[in-house]
Design a protein around this ligand. Sequence first.
Ligand SMILES: Cc1cc2nc3c(=O)[nH]c(=O)nc-3n(C[C@H](O)[C@H](O)[C@H](O)COP(=O)(O)OP(=O)(O)OC[C@H]3O[C@@H](n4cnc5c(N)ncnc54)[C@H](O)[C@@H]3O)c2cc1C
Length: 295
Amino acid sequence: MDFLQPTSLSEALAMKAERPDATPIQGGTDLMVDINFDRARPSATIDLNRVPELMDIEHVGSDVWVGAGVPYLRIMRELQSDAPGLCMAARTVGSPQIRARGTLGGNLGTASPAGDTLPLLVAIGATAEVASSERGRREIPVRNFIIRPRHSALESDELIVRVRVPKARGPQQFGKVGQRNAMVISIASFGLAFDLDQRAVGTGIGSAGPVILDAPEANAHVAEVFSTEGLWDSAAPLPDGVAKRFGELVGQAASPIDDVRGTARYRRHALSVLAARSLKWAWNEHRETTKGTRA
Ligand SMILES: Cc1cc2nc3c(=O)[nH]c(=O)nc-3n(C[C@H](O)[C@H](O)[C@H](O)COP(=O)(O)OP(=O)(O)OC[C@H]3O[C@@H](n4cnc5c(N)ncnc54)[C@H](O)[C@@H]3O)c2cc1C
């Protein structure tokens, strides 16, 4: 196996153009497992750990650009106020060791519908910026990044450079259900983001379809009830039944299968519960933080 070690992004992109067969490696927490279990035998790897451009966290206006090589630990330390939901998701990944090595770029690169950061990234409308040495940069909505399990929209000469994370404009939540509490691949996961400026709700559903899904009908239901009941202005308690209905609509938006981790029926049920809870928790948090400012 050839081992390529670029020290800049332009060098990395040139290597990827010359060796489209080469597999990038960042934290290695997915790739090394595949190699160890003989599921992957790359002819070459491109080690991205010496590419400084991938390690940046940059605040630009209403967005934070998070480098593909930024590990979860840094996300948790540096983005709590701008991306609280992403931090929640990061905290659920693996163990402290995995969070110190594993990255956002790697979570995207693996293109698994069970990737824990992805539902939240979909809920907030994040995009992945990718680049090739020939065609330059382009942005792919995270919603469209996975095209089927383990296959992404990335071309063979492209690398993920960074992720555009819109700064939080309201409370966010992330939850996952697994066979145990930690170090577990999710059976179902759910991300929720309120956008109080746009008076909208975003959702993302993981491990319950071939790709990360959203739940447009559930989002529209909440937005409509909140408008009709004047909740955006009053921040009054959630009317009876809203969270339950939201949960049902999220469950209906999923497209799960039966597999070794859980049945499709269980996944839908778990998602309904996760979604209803997330809505209640997020709204209660908003009510708590605005308590002193309400008439
Ligand atoms: C014990 C253990 C527990 C885990 N628990 C969780 C969990 O709870 N939740 C979860 O979501 N994941 C979990 N994972 C999986 C893994 O840690 C994450 O998916 C992590 O984000 C991968 O990041 P990485 O930098 O280590 O990726 P790597 O292994 O380096 O790469 C993963 C894939 O992405 C590609 N890639 C990496 N960077 C780029 C780039 N810049 N451009 C293009 N392609 C790129 C690689 O080629 C490879 O295909 C776990 C893994 C282990 C070993």
